[in-house]
Design a protein around this ligand. Structure first.
Ligand SMILES: Nc1ncnc2c1ncn2[C@@H]1O[C@H](COP(=O)(O)OP(=O)(O)O)[C@@H](O)[C@H]1O
Ligand SMILES: [Mg+2]
Length: 231
């Protein structure tokens, strides 16, 4: 079963008279449980693709569907609902709420869904345990290292049981040791929880442990390679 699909996706941005073609016709299908790296240099279209697949932005042309639902037929509120119930996000800059503790940050997506505080807290603590941060649950982001903040963000992305996690350059602001640890944590959660992961990176050293590598260049897929023997 597929969790997400994009067909003939294009995205152009206008700067006065100039047009930037960020994506030039991308086809990609993400199957259940897949662990996919989208890699390419800065400016190749990774963020644009992540945002379109995650329904955070609309394509110039082409189609995106999540599960069996085609996004172009949905109103904005329906799109938000589909996004909230199906997709978790991890960003390069962690994007944690500074005035909330780690556990409160992880609880947020559940509280947006109207789940009680008690239940949300219980689930959030379980996720923090999975990313090995139980002892930091009550710390605010500024008291955490970058790697720890990103693990909180991963817990937050997973807490509402999405079928798909989209992580746009989750390791770009981390050193190599922490970057590898983030990939390990995502890979482990991918295996234990079964959510599909799409993560983007410009660092080809992180490609060892993925099932599939999608190489983007100038807004096009240069190669879409399935790797056998990944962990
Ligand atoms: N909001 C925007 N307005 C104008 N151009 C943009 C915008 N976002 C991205 N671009 C351009 O689109 C291209 C792809 O960008 P992006 O998707 O951010 O690539 P990557 O994430 O791989 O660095 C780049 O040339 C970039 O300058
Ligand atoms: Mg980017």
């Amino acid at each position: 079963m597929k969790v997400a699909e994009a067909k003939a996706l294009t995205k152009s941005y206008h700067f006065g008279d100039t047009e930037v073609h960020a994506l030039r016709g991308v086809d990609i299908t993400i199957a259940e449980h897949e662990f996919v790296a989208v890699w390419g240099p800065s400016g190749s279209g990774k963020t644009t693709l992540c945002n379109l697949l995650g329904l955070l932005d609309d394509p110039t042309s082409g189609k995106v569907s999540i599960g069996e639902k085609a996004a172009e037929n949905l109103r904005d509120d329906e799109k938000s609902e589909l996004r909230n119930e199906s997709i978790g996000f991890v960003f390069q800059n962690f994007n944690l709420v500074p005035v909330l503790s780690a556990v409160e940050n992880v609880m947020l997506p559940l509280q947006i869904q109207g789940i009680s505080k008690v239940e949300a807290r219980e689930k959030a603590l379980r996720l923090l345990d999975e990313v090995e941060l139980t002892d930091r649950a009550n710390h605010r982001p500024q008291k955490l290292s970058g790697g720890q903040q990103q693990r909180v963000a991963i817990a937050r992305a997973l807490v509402a049981d999405p079928v798909l996690v989209i992580a746009d350059e989750p390791t770009a602001n981390l050193d190599t040791v922490n970057a590898n640890r983030i990939i390990d944590v995502m890979r482990r959660i991918n295996q234990t929880r079964g959510a599909a992961f799409v993560f983007s990176t410009h660092d080809d050293r992180l490609l060892d442990r993925v099932d599939r590598r999608v190489h983007l260049q100038d807004g096009e897929i240069l190669e879409d390679e399935r790797v056998s023997g990944a962990e």
